[in-house]
Design a protein around this ligand. Structure first.
Ligand SMILES: *[C@@H]1O[C@H](CO)[C@@H](O)[C@H](O)[C@H]1NC(C)=O
Ligand SMILES: *[C@@H]1O[C@H](CO)[C@@H](O)[C@H](O)[C@H]1NC(C)=O
Ligand SMILES: *[C@@H]1O[C@H](CO)[C@@H](O)[C@H](O)[C@H]1NC(C)=O
Ligand SMILES: *[C@@H]1O[C@H](CO)[C@@H](O)[C@H](O)[C@H]1NC(C)=O
Ligand SMILES: *[C@@H]1O[C@H](CO)[C@@H](O)[C@H](O)[C@H]1NC(C)=O
Length: 807
């Protein structure tokens, strides 16, 4: 399960237009009239410029039931969140059959709820086994009920969900929720979430335009066939329960840090097939320093990577035929793209798939010299070849595909060549796949769109040069901001490539920085490399910075310093603290970084009460990703040398940001000056520092392992005054607990973690791998992230100290 911590709420900077919009829309929220009881004979009529609705009661009016206009296509008889400008729909009566102006919904005098279209035809009716309701009520939970005289419920919308479930709603056996078709089309779509009569809870693709199941791509794991109800409780916790009420499996955890009652919550199977849990702040955050702009934010989702989950040579899968699926940079949503030489059949409905821009097996296609290949790295279509060859070369594979007019794509991996024909099902681009795909295209026919996509894909997968990375970063930023704006837009059209200006890292004078820090007044911290001060750059708007004054030394020349600093400045990743500028004046060398408002992980971890388990996981995960980038992806591999909670800073959204990277290299010349060559901090340094062995990236992996244990247990590795002696060194105690199967001792009094022992165990195992004495046994950071994500299995770790070194 992939959990996005709560703190990812993006309360953007106050922006006037947003704020105004909010103000303008506000009066609408009171448009629906509140009826405690909707009496027999009441009706609503669909009208263009008016909300015609009944608000929920008895008091809150959070929800309304009535007609909502969908674009210019017609009206839905729906239930929606009424107090937000978006009026997000959570249920509808006529999703597959929009009605027009003049249509009418009525609670008839014989106690039925009926929808008639503008021509008086019955479109829908609430059907209950026992007709004759005496009244209806739109409840504050978002549930519309028809009740009898004695208030027993005859029919309720909660029993007939569309694509969303709400807190207090339960899904009973044989209940399903079906994704909508596209972002703006509420019809039944291509994916569904169902609690089957046999007690299993799954996500399926459907045989659109019908809703029968085709392929399962997610299910609960611990509860084969014993589920009875899916419960979404008021804490935001969604779980599968047995008939006797026992909790069997968690779908989504409860909100971790903030009280659930401050948020509107919902869980929706989105049109991209991902089941997401969302939150929306109830009150404006303007008072607490944010802005009035609010939005739905994803808290958690399933499955963690839909691209990997839907395979096989059948059906359109996550993205439609002849396309490929790739997880977005933030790993939260699938992105669908056509393979090179192919175009979307319908740009407004990309899951219809892609068609080739040229003919197959027509007369012209017999001439092999008319075709060439576009290469896609790490792309695959599982189990869908029509001819396989082993022990061949890539060149042979190319020729074989070229001379076969049926062959649309050949995949080549480890001497194996697989020919594939169209339509191609379930394509995926993912670093785990490996190998390459050779896509046959008519010469001069691969359009620019797919070319630039390829470049992007290539740079994601290969890590490429600094230039590509920077390019990628900018592209990602652009994509990201688009995504942010249009929350559910999955189709990302590749950006046009534009040349970048040369990299420029501002240099400051000493007096400028002296002024910015008010004479180095407020000290934020100090360490092996120097002292850090808080400052404010006189830019507009004022920007807070952290100014690091490096120890005065006589060492590397000016040019060299500048080159190193520029290299650090080029390093750019969401989990690294960005270098903004520097000062290099005589003996004064200073670095200017982004200011991280929320301090360090050390301050966060070792506070009382301990921070939420899920936040800790998120931060450790971010740290792993940042390190992985430093080790593998940025142009020159960077060893950090001093990974510890003090050097992991937290930004406003509690994202982990590694600081002080590159300094080890920058100050290398200093080593002669100090008596000991050991860098790093006691408790976190790898044993090879003491052993005169080569220092590699694996020293960081070791330190990360210690940090991971500290984050699991919220305590320091070395605790002199531990109650029991065998608990003094966390690394050793953790291994003992692992072997003795007493891991719960590590997270005593931590309820969230106690409920998540499987994850605790997995993380402890990963940590034990990281702190192996023998550096070659430690995994790479890449492998660590894969194991944490669940993309790679975690084998049983050996005793970290089992290897004896010759000293
Ligand atoms: C709604 O109607 C039912 C049945 O007529 C009645 O028992 C109940 O008290 C009414 N509720 C309110 C809030 O008026
Ligand atoms: C929504 O999609 C379905 C399926 O393609 C289509 O039949 C229907 O006309 C669409 N509705 C709207 C309002 O476009
Ligand atoms: C939701 O369920 C969880 C797990 O059963 C429980 O700990 C929590 O107290 C529940 N919250 C509410 C409001 O019922
Ligand atoms: C409840 O049901 C589950 C699954 O059917 C079973 O494993 C468990 O032992 C039951 N618990 C009790 C207290 O009956
Ligand atoms: C984190 O930063 C935010 C925004 O500045 C602030 O509101 C919050 O109190 C900080 N939290 C901690 C634990 O410092």
């Amino acid at each position: 399960m992939y959990t996005v911590s709560f703190q990812e709420f993006d309360f953007k900077q106050p922006s006037l237009p947003c704020f105004l919009l909010f103000l303008v829309l506000l009066p609408l929220s009171s448009a629906a009239q509140s009826y405690s009881n909707i009496t027999l004979g009441s009706s609503l009529v669909a009208q263009d410029d008016e909300y015609s609705a009944w608000a929920s009661s008895p008091s809150s009016g959070d929800f309304a039931f009535g007609f909502q206009k969908v674009g210019n296509d017609g009206f839905l008889l729906a239930i929606w969140f009424d107090k937000m400008p978006e009026k997000t729909i959570v249920w509808s009566a006529n999703r597959n059959h929009l009605v027009q102006r003049g249509s009418k919904a009525e609670l008839t005098t014989d106690g039925r709820l009926v929808l008639w279209d503008q021509r008086g035809r019955q479109i829908w009716a609430a059907v209950s086994a026992n007709p004759g309701a005496s009244h209806a009520t739109m409840l504050d939970t978002g549930n519309l009920v028809l009740a009898s005289q004695d208030s027993s419920i005859l029919w309720q919308s909660f029993d007939n969900p569309t694509d969303t479930v709400l807190p207090t709603q339960a899904m009973n056996l044989d209940t399903q929720i079906i994704a909508r078709y596209t972002e703006t089309n509420y019809s039944n779509g291509r994916f569904k979430f169902i609690l089957q009569r046999d007690g299993n809870l799954l996500l399926y693709t459907t045989d659109f335009p019908f809703t029968d199941k085709v392929a399962a791509y997610w299910s609960t794991q611990d509860s084969i066939g014993s589920g009875f109800q899916v419960i979404f409780n008021q804490s935001g916790y969604i779980y599968l329960a047995a008939r006797n009420g026992t909790l069997l499996d968690t779908v989504f955890p409860a909100l971790s840090s903030s009280p659930a009652q401050d948020f509107y919550l919902r869980a929706t199977v989105d049109y991209d097939g991902v089941l997401r849990q969302y939150a929306y702040p109830k009150t404006s955050v303007a008072t607490s320093g944010g802005s009035g702009a609010k939005a739905w934010t994803t808290l958690s989702f399933q499955p963690s990577n839909i691209c990997q989950r839907i395979g096989g040579g059948y059906g359109g899968g996550a993205c439609g035929y002849n396309s490929y699926c790739m997880l977005s940079e933030d790993k939260q949503r699938p992105i669908c793209q056509c393979i090179p030489g192919y175009s979307f059949i319908d740009k407004n409905d990309i899951r219809k798939g892609c068609r080739p821009n040229f003919g197959f097996c027509d007369e012209a296609s017999q001439k092999t010299d008319l075709f060439e290949f576009e290469t896609m790295e790490s792309a695959d279509w599982f189990d869908s070849s029509y001819e396989d060859f082993e022990g061949v070369t890539e060149d042979w594979c190319r020729q074989a595909c070229l001379s076969d007019c049926f062959c649309a794509v050949a995949t080549f991996k480890d001497g194996e060549c697989k020919k594939r024909r169209i339509p191609l099902s379930n394509g995926i681009v993912d670093p785990d796949v490996g190998g390459k795909a050779l896509v046959k295209v008519r010469k001069g026919n691969a359009n620019d769109e797919s070319r630039s996509t390829l470049i992007r894909v290539g740079s994601v997968l290969l890590g490429g040069s600094t230039f590509l990375n920077l390019l990628l970063f900018l592209l990602t930023l652009m994509m990201f901001s688009r995504l942010k704006r249009k929350e559910a837009s999955v189709a990302i059209h590749p950006q046009k490539l534009t040349p970048l200006p040369a990299i420029y890292l501002p240099s400051f004078t000493y007096s400028e920085l002296e002024k910015a820090t008010n004479g180095f007044e407020e000290q934020l911290g100090s360490g092996a490399f120097g002292t850090v001060y808080k400052g404010d750059l006189p830019s507009e708007p004022r920007k807070s910075v952290a100014v690091k004054k490096l120890h005065k030394t006589e060492r590397n020349g000016e040019q060299e310093f500048q080159a190193e600093v520029t290299a650090i400045g080029r390093t750019n990743h969401k989990n690294l603290v960005q270098l903004l500028g520097f000062c290099n004046e005589g003996q004064n060398r200073l670095l200017v970084h982004e200011y991280m408002r929320n301090g360090s992980l050390a301050k966060f971890l070792f506070q009382n009460p301990r921070p939420s388990w899920y936040e800790r996981i998120k931060i450790v995960f971010g740290t792993a990703e940042g390190l992985c980038y430093l080790h593998e992806e940025c142009s020159s591999c960077t060893i950090h040398c001093d990974i510890k909670p003090e050097n992991i800073l937290l930004d406003d959204s509690f994202t982990a940001r590694i600081s002080d990277f590159g300094l080890a290299k920058l100050l290398k010349k200093d080593e002669t000056r100090t008596t000991t060559a050991i860098r790093g901090t006691k408790g976190y340094v790898a044993p090879e520092w003491f052993r005169n062995m080569a220092i590699t990236v694996k020293v960081d992996v070791y330190s990360f392992g210690i940090l991971l244990l500290e984050a699991i247990c919220c305590r320091k590795n070395l605790e002199q005054d531990a109650e029991e002696e065998d608990r003094m060194i966390l690394a050793e105690w953790a291994y003992d607990c692992y072997v003795g199967e007493t891991l719960h001792l590590l997270v005593e009094k931590d309820e969230e973690a106690m409920r998540d022992m499987k994850m605790v165990k997995k993380f402890v195992m990963i940590a034990i791998w990281c702190i192996q004495e023998d550096p070659s046994l430690r995994p790479t950071m890449k492998k660590v992230t894969q194991m944490m994500e669940g993309a790679a299995a975690v084998p049983v770790p050996p005793n970290p100290n089992s290897v004896e070194f010759a000293l």
